[in-house]
Design a protein around this ligand. Structure first.
Ligand code: MN
Length: 274
């Protein structure tokens, strides 16, 4: 576990330097497991910093976050809400606990997933989608097995709340102890499941427990998950982007010179300011 700023005690489940190509278009996954913050006064989080070349998706399970960026977007997200930020050509933003949450204190639990953009979209205009809980379709599974919240992509005819550049299924899954679900996916896409809580058996009987990531083969068009205990899961499945990945800190591009350009553009203020 390490701290991002003074607000986010995260485990880096993977990043673009180890699984970038294998899990393309997914670049990085940080998971802040439930952590109790005492009531406080000081701001908690990370101050202004840039991103370029990809999107950041923040899923809040417990606690409340506040965001502000150089494109003029901002907002507050709480349990069940998702923020989908498109850094693309460049953005400067800050990520803090909301003032109310700092004052009250309480448990914080969240995930941040970085999703790559194809080269042709890396210089697109920055964007921001707030996806409140009420706008995220919640599909109940048969046999009281649990539910699937469709953050993006589609499941059982329900379209996800987020607009994406490439096909991406991002599903927030609840699976009850002893129950199984067969999930339809796309042959050739990269699929991984983060276990937030509980224990699950995958297709072949391999098990994954809390804070573990199950990585699936690209072959085939479905996976089966069975909960050994009440489970909370985040499934990500997407079409691989077959392009070079060159990343440095908050920038992920296709070449080294584009990374140098990103640092220069940030330093010269060309990604805007807060
Ligand atoms: Mn950031």
């Amino acid at each position: 576990m390490h701290w991002v700023g003074n607000g986010f005690p995260v485990r880096s489940i993977f990043d673009y330097n180890n699984l970038g190509q294998e899990l393309s278009p997914f670049l990085l996954l940080d998971y802040a497991a439930p952590y109790e913050f005492p009531p406080g006064k000081e701001a908690r989080g990370v101050g202004g910093h840039p991103h370029r070349g990809f999107e950041t998706v923040t899923v809040v399970y417990q606690g409340e976050l506040e965001h502000r960026d150089s494109a003029g977007n901002g907002g507050k997200i709480g349990p069940g809400d998702v923020q989908w930020m498109t850094a693309a050509s460049g953005i400067v933003h800050e990520e803090f606990h909301s003032k109310e949450f700092v004052q009250k204190g309480g448990p914080m639990q969240m995930v941040q997933l970085w999703i790559n953009l194809p080269a042709k979209d890396k210089r697109a205009k920055a964007g921001y989608q707030t996806l409140p809980k009420a706008q995220i379709p919640n599909v109940m599974l048969p046999d009281n097995a649990g539910s699937v919240r469709v953050i993006s992509g589609d499941f059982e005819g329900q379209n996800g709340a987020a607009k994406t550049f490439t096909p991406i299924n991002l599903w927030d899954i609840t699976l009850n102890a002893g129950k199984s679900v067969e999930l339809p996916l796309t042959d050739g896409h990269n699929t991984a499941v983060l276990v937030l809580q509980g224990k699950v058996d995958a297709n072949d009987g391999q098990q994954a427990g809390a804070t573990e990531l199950a990585v699936f083969s690209r072959d085939g068009d479905r996976i089966t998950l069975t909960a050994k205990s009440d489970a909370k899961l985040l499934l990500m499945s997407g079409q691989p982007i077959h392009e070079p990945i060159v990343g440095y800190g908050p920038f992920v591009m296709n070449t080294r010179s584009e990374i140098q350009q990103a640092f220069e553009d940030f330093q010269e203020g060309r990604m805007g300011d807060l």
